[in-house]
Design a protein around this ligand. Structure first.
Ligand code: FE2
Length: 311
């Protein structure tokens, strides 16, 4: 049986990708951002997932405004990088897991979530920036990835509740897969930000921190946030946070928060990051349980008292 061992959420600010690609990560402005992910990379190296499901949104790279699927699952064998504006990032081609992806598609669609199946798809910074933040910049990504693109660009995006319930259906799908696989699921995007209009530059740390708190302790409360409330409190692009609820829905009701980081700004966006572990331990193959890596992280954070929340 496959299992979801943990969920990771991270912003996907495109300027973070540009800072990596232009080797600016040691500059003071960017070091503040990247230092918050150092321990997370260690956590991921210890967790060694067999597959990552990355919930993200496309920025007119794979889909134009002519075709905007609400939920699009990548079932291809590979996903080449592409991007708006700056062009494709110099990152490895993302290898897929067509067999598990097709199994998820079947299970979830029969559970009445009507996914679009993508047998050819390019992936942009929405997916590759969080991967860099958690996996670093290797020559090849360390595990296959199943991309799940969510429409948060063109009204109407899916509701927070719909996203949460989709997460539950994904979990059921993963747990009915025949092979013994440890899976990590990413929720990406956010946190508060608004790119254009009179409120451009909006950041609402109070909303973001409450969202992080409830993501761990009371995710059902977050499923009641309306589109209007997201946009009013977290800016027009803050709606991206519904994607975090797909990740959260795929986890246990009670989870262990093993790490959190928050800083403002990066470009014009609040950067939030959290790692939540399911309490059932990762199994098999003599690997270090992710929970152990989490305990190490917790002890280190308690000692340093720096990595909880910065703003
Ligand atoms: Fe975005």
């Amino acid at each position: 049986m496959a299992r979801i061992i943990a969920g990771v959420a991270s912003s996907h600010v495109p300027a973070i990708g540009a800072a990596i690609d232009n080797k600016q990560t040691e500059e003071p402005y960017w070091k503040r951002v990247f230092s918050g992910f150092e321990k997370s990379k260690q956590w991921m190296a210890d967790a060694k997932p067999d597959v990552a499901i990355v919930v993200y949104n496309d920025h007119a790279s794979a889909f134009s405004v002519e075709v905007v699927p609400t939920f699009a699952l990548g079932c291809a064998a590979e996903f080449p990088p592409a991007d708006e504006g700056w062009g494709p990032r110099p990152v490895p081609v993302v290898q897929g897991h067509p067999e598990l992806a097709s199994h998820i598609a079947q299970s979830v669609i029969l559970d009445e979530f009507d996914l679009t199946i993508c047998n050819k798809m390019e992936v942009d910074h929405g997916l590759t920036v969080p991967m860099n933040l958690l996996f670093g910049s290797p020559k090849a990504w360390p595990c296959p990835v199943i991309p799940l693109a969510v429409n948060v660009v063109l009204y109407p995006p899916p509701t927070a509740h719909r996203c949460y319930m989709l997460g539950k259906a994904i979990r059921k799908a993963v747990e009915s897969y025949k092979d013994d696989l440890n899976v990590v699921i990413f929720g990406t995007g956010g946190m508060s930000h608004q790119i254009s209009g009179p409120r451009a530059g909006l950041i609402n740390s109070k909303f973001d921190k409450a969202f992080l708190d409830n993501l761990t302790k009371d995710p059902k409360k977050l499923t009641r946030i309306s589109h209007l409330e997201f946009m009013r409190e977290a800016g027009a692009e803050g709606i991206e946070m519904v994607m975090w609820l797909i990740m959260r829905g795929a986890l246990d009701d009670k989870v262990d928060e093993v790490y959190r980081f928050y800083t403002v700004p990066a470009s014009n966006t609040a950067v939030g990051h959290i790692i939540l572990e399911n309490r059932r331990r990762a199994a098999g193959k003599g690997r270090k349980p992710a929970a152990k890596a989490g305990s190490k992280l917790k002890r280190a954070a308690a000692r340093a008292k720096v990595h909880r929340v910065r703003s």
